[in-house]
Design a protein around this ligand. Structure first.
Ligand code: FAD
Length: 542
């Protein structure tokens, strides 16, 4: 069963090792855990639907439970509202279509009742994409998860046509049965959907080899109030601007993606991950930069800072094995106060992967790195989608965890990372609150890298005060990103949490172009109103 007020399945729990509790208490302070709101009580706060429930088609639901479960994503404000029981905006109806024609029926229903429409994929947004807008109008959430079929696997052209609501495991299982893969593995893989990936410009953990979703999305269909936009899956085209990019990153504001054609590959013969330790940040960063430019068959280069390396080892527990690892690395001349862990993915046909691995290890050795082999990589692969469960455990202990990310060119990576971390550490100085902050480079490119920062802070005794802390932290870090010339998001998107910073990178004209495009597709501005860019209430038509 899915957890209603946190991440994942209720039967999966991560225990916090004893060492980790003391570690956090030293770095952040002793927490005061708060009582979670009870679901039964929360249900009583969901107001009656403003829609005539007698007349809804049978795939449109208006019950309190369904409306509560679709009124949020996984952002920190969403969590705060759920845990303290302060969530206060709910869609009036939730449609769960199974086919494209039912999506059209749902849209017709929403039109008739002049409702705003919130497309809903897996509900894993971390930037407020699913917040119900306060427009005074009734709202309909369209949950696409029942639209999850593989329509066609075209092995001649390496294309697969899917419904938009298929989630990671469903999509990969359908392809694997025929020896194919998409290779898109965001950490939210278990729940997030193909449609959600496309419209948020998602990035999977092995994007170095497979590409980001914009490389994988070949075409499809979007249904909007203005009509149907069909995007043929050309291998390439010089026929004017590429309209796929009007859909990629559209965050529900251009209509509903009802079909997606994706570029698939044969399953690779080799897909290994190695745990590598490098002596310090400079050596590690230089090694990664050289590796990404070496044209090797690599699927992943994920480099943790010294603080993140230490934090990951403490959180993992396994004190005996980690003690042995430390001993081994010390013998090899690496010191645990400065070392950096690198996860290196090698992929492809057996011979090319072997040759690539040898060349990669040569670069690593040149930078003083030591390989801990595949066991650490295997453990990472096994638990790659489990790590977010730690967020449940930590919240119950009184700690909030949030992440943010950006991307910059290589010349700015070090200072940007330093400035983001410093901005977070200083954001609650007035309250004498300490913040534990750590980062990694999650997706690297020949010209630059993404920076993914995690921060841990103590929750307060009310939603209002906890949110005030988060706002100070988020504002400080977002400003540090903008000041450094970074993008406000490398992979999570804009939603409501980042929209104030969008103009800094797109410019006034750029944001205006996005608004104009959205207004053409959705003249009455009723699709996911208020996300990506602000919509004046006066712009929302009949
Ligand atoms: C624990 C965790 C780990 C994560 N890891 C990653 C990661 O590694 N990489 C990454 O890129 N992101 C990651 N994310 C963020 C999130 O998973 C992505 O943004 C994901 O792409 C959202 O997909 P979804 O199906 O859950 O969409 P939702 O959260 O349901 O919706 C997101 C947006 O897409 C719109 N939408 C959804 N489906 C459609 C459709 N068919 N047509 C039109 N609009 C639609 C919604 O209206 C909304 O604006 C993570 C999130 C969590 C909670």
């Amino acid at each position: 069963m899915k957890r209603w007020n946190g991440w994942g399945e209720t039967h999966i729990e991560i225990k916090l090792p004893a060492g980790a509790q003391n570690f956090l208490a030293d770095l952040v302070g002793r927490p005061s855990p708060q009582k979670n709101a009870a679901r039964e009580k929360m249900l009583t706060t969901v107001p009656p639907s403003r829609i005539d429930t007698e007349k809804t088609p049978d795939f449109i639901y208006t019950d309190q439970a369904c409306r509560l479960d679709h009124a949020h994503g996984q952002s920190l404000p969403d969590w705060t509202a759920l845990r303290f029981g302060t969530l206060n905006r709910f869609a009036d109806a939730v449609a769960k279509p199974e086919t494209e024609s039912q999506v059209e029926d749902a849209l017709g229903f929403a039109d008739k009742h002049e409702m705003t429409v919130i497309p809903y994929g897996g509900g894993t947004s971390v930037v407020g994409h699913l917040e119900v807008p306060d427009t005074g109008r009734p709202a309909m959430c369209i949950d696409l998860q029942r639209c999850s079929r593989l329509h066609h696997l075209d092995t001649e052209n390496h294309l697969a046509e899917f419904d938009p609501g298929v989630n990671g495991p469903g999509l990969e299982a359908a392809l694997k049965a025929h020896g194919y893969t998409l290779g898109h593995y965001p950490q939210s893989f278990d729940y997030s959907t193909l449609g959600g990936w496309v419209v948020t410009r998602s990035s999977g953990q092995q994007s170095l080899y497979y590409g980001r979703i914009e490389d994988l999305f070949a075409g499809g269909r979007i249904i909007a109030p203005a009509g149907r936009l069909n995007l043929p899956p050309f291998p390439a085209s010089a026929a004017g601007p590429d309209l796929r990019h009007a859909v990629l990153g559209s965050e529900g504001r251009m209509g509903i993606l009802t079909r997606a054609l994706v570029r698939v590959r044969r399953l690779p013969e080799t897909d290994d991950v190695y745990g590598i330790f490098l002596p310090n940040w400079k050596a590690a960063r230089d090694a990664v930069q050289q590796l990404v430019r070496a044209d090797l068959p690599l699927s992943m280069l994920r480099l943790s800072s010294p603080v993140e390396t230490m934090t990951n080892l403490v959180m993992a527990g396994h004190e005996k094995q980690i003690g042995m690892l430390k001993k081994y690395l010390r013998i090899r001349g690496l010191h645990d106060s400065t070392w950096c862990m690198l996860l290196l993915g090698v992929i492809g046909d057996r011979r090319a992967a072997l040759a690539g691995k040898k060349r990669a290890m040569k670069i690593i050795r040149k930078h003083g790195g030591v390989s801990a082999g595949t066991p650490m990589g295997k453990a990472w692969k096994k638990n790659r989608f489990i790590a977010p469960y730690l967020r449940n455990t930590l919240w119950d202990r009184g700690y909030a965890v949030d992440t943010l990310e950006t991307a910059v060119t290589w010349d700015r990576v070090d200072t940007t990372m330093k400035n983001i971390e410093a901005s977070l550490k200083g954001a609650l100085e007035d309250e004498n609150e300490k913040i534990h902050v750590f980062s990694h480079l999650s997706h690297v490119y020949p010209t630059g890298s993404s920076i993914y920062t995690t921060y841990v802070f103590r929750i307060e005794n009310s939603a209002r005060k906890t949110l005030a802390r988060w706002h100070s932290l988020k504002k400080a870090a977002s400003q540090a990103i903008v000041d450094a010339g970074g993008t406000i998001s490398h992979q999570h998107g804009v939603g409501v949490d980042h929209k104030a910073y969008l103009q800094a990178e797109k410019g006034e004209l750029g944001v205006d172009l996005i608004r104009t495009l959205s207004a053409r597709m959705d003249p009455f501005q009723r699709f996911n109103t208020g996300k990506l860019f602000d919509t004046e209430l006066t712009e929302i038509g009949p």
